[in-house]
Design a protein around this ligand. Structure first.
Ligand SMILES: [Zn+2]
Length: 281
C-alpha cells in the first residue's frame, strides 16, 4: 500500500512528464472510480484543461489544472498510473484514461478498485471533511519536535496507532510507522503519552520519522512503484528495485539489523507490527 514516499515519488515523476500538457479527452472505464460528480460532467470539465502542477498532500496526489480546478487522486491499496507515449493497449486494470495533447495517454489503473478520483474547485478543497482533518506534513517546517510532543501528550493510545492516525501526522502507514519506531528504538506498544515524557524519546522519534521517509523517497528516485512508462515502441520501462530496504517490516524471524535478535510480528488493531523486542523499549 503506497505511503508518503511512494506517493511523493509518483508526484515527482508524473510532474516531470505531464506538467504543461493539455487534456484533450477523458474515457472513464469504471464510473464508480469517479467521486463527487457524474462521469459526463467529469469528462466535460476536464477536456481542454492544462495540467499546471502536480503536488502531494498527505497520501493524495493533486493535479492542479487551468481555470482553478484540481484533480484529486488517492491510490489507496493498488492504484497507480501508466503513462504511454503512443496508442498502445492499456492493461485490463485501467479505470480512467486521460488523453493528452501530442498523443500521449495517462491511464489510472487499479486492481482492487479501492482508489478514488475526484475533481474539485481548488479553492474548495478545504470544504472537504476528509481533507480538513489531515494532520501535519512530516517533512514540512511546520512539523517540529515541539508540535510532535504536544500531539503525543495526553494520548493513551499505543504509539504505533498514533503514528497511523492521519489527523496527527500524515503519510505514515503500516510499513514506515514500524520502520520509524525501530529506528527510534521505541516499542510499538508503548503509550504515546509515555514517549512525550522524555525529550530524548520525542527527538528520536521526530528524527526517525523524517529520516525514514527521506531515505524511502531517495530509494524510489530511480523508478516509482506506482508509475509505469511505456515508450513509443511499446516497451515498458519499469526499473528493477533493490531488495526490500526495510529494517523490520516483513522480516519476521530475521535478525534485527542493530542487535541480531529475531524480529517479531504481533497484531495491533488487526494489522501486523514488526519490531525488535530487544532494542525497542
Ligand atoms: Zn534489535
Amino acid at each position: 500500500m503506497p505511503e508518503l514516499p511512494e506517493v511523493e515519488a509518483v508526484v515527482n515523476a508524473l510532474g516531470g512528464i505531464v506538467r504543461g500538457k493539455r487534456i484533450t479527452g477523458v474515457r472513464v472505464l469504471r464510473p464508480q472510480t469517479i467521486q463527487s460528480m457524474s462521469v459526463t460532467r467529469f469528462c466535460r470539465l476536464l477536456r481542454g484543461r492544462v495540467i499546471e502542477r502536480v503536488r502531494r498532500r498527505a497520501k493524495f496526489i493533486l493535479l492542479d489544472l487551468s481555470d482553478g480546478w484540481t484533480l484529486v487522486v488517492h491510490l489507496r491499496m493498488t492504484g497507480g498510473f501508466v503513462y504511454a507515449e503512443s496508442r498502445r493497449p492499456f492493461p485490463p486494470t485501467a479505470r480512467v484514461l486521460f488523453l493528452l495533447e501530442g498523443g500521449a495517454r495517462l491511464a489510472y489503473t487499479d486492481i482492487r478498485n479501492l482508489g478514488l478520483i475526484r475533481l474539485v474547485r481548488t479553492e474548495r478543497l478545504d470544504r472537504w471533511a476528509e481533507w480538513r482533518r489531515l494532520g501535519v506534513e512530516p517533512l514540512s517546517r511546520t512539523f517540529t519536535v515541539r508540535r510532535l510532543e504536544e500531539m503525543l501528550r495526553g494520548s493513551r493510545r499505543a504509539i504505533k496507532a498514533f503514528l497511523l492516525d492521519q489527523t496527527k501526522v500524515v503519510g505514515l502507514g503500516n510499513i514506515y510507522a514500524a520502520e520509524a519506531l525501530h529506528r527510534a528504538r521505541l516499542s510499538p506498544m508503548r503509550r504515546a503519552e509515555s514517549v512525550a515524557r522524555s525529550r530524548a524519546r520525542v527527538v528520536a522519534l521526530y528524527e526517525s520519522i523524517r529520516e525514514t521517509l527521506r531515505e524511502a523517497i531517495a530509494a524510489q528516485s530511480t523508478g516509482p512503484l506506482h508509475l509505469e512508462f511505456v515508450n513509443a515502441q511499446g516497451q515498458s520501462h519499469h526499473p528493477r528495485r533493490a531488495p526490500s530496504p526495510f529494517r523490520v517490516y516483513g522480516r519476521e524471524g530475521e535478525p534485527c539489523p542493530v542487535c541480531g535478535a529475531p524480529i517479531r510480528r504481533i497484531k495491533q488493531h488487526g494489522r501486523s507490527t514488526y519490531y525488535c523486542a530487544r532494542c525497542q523499549t
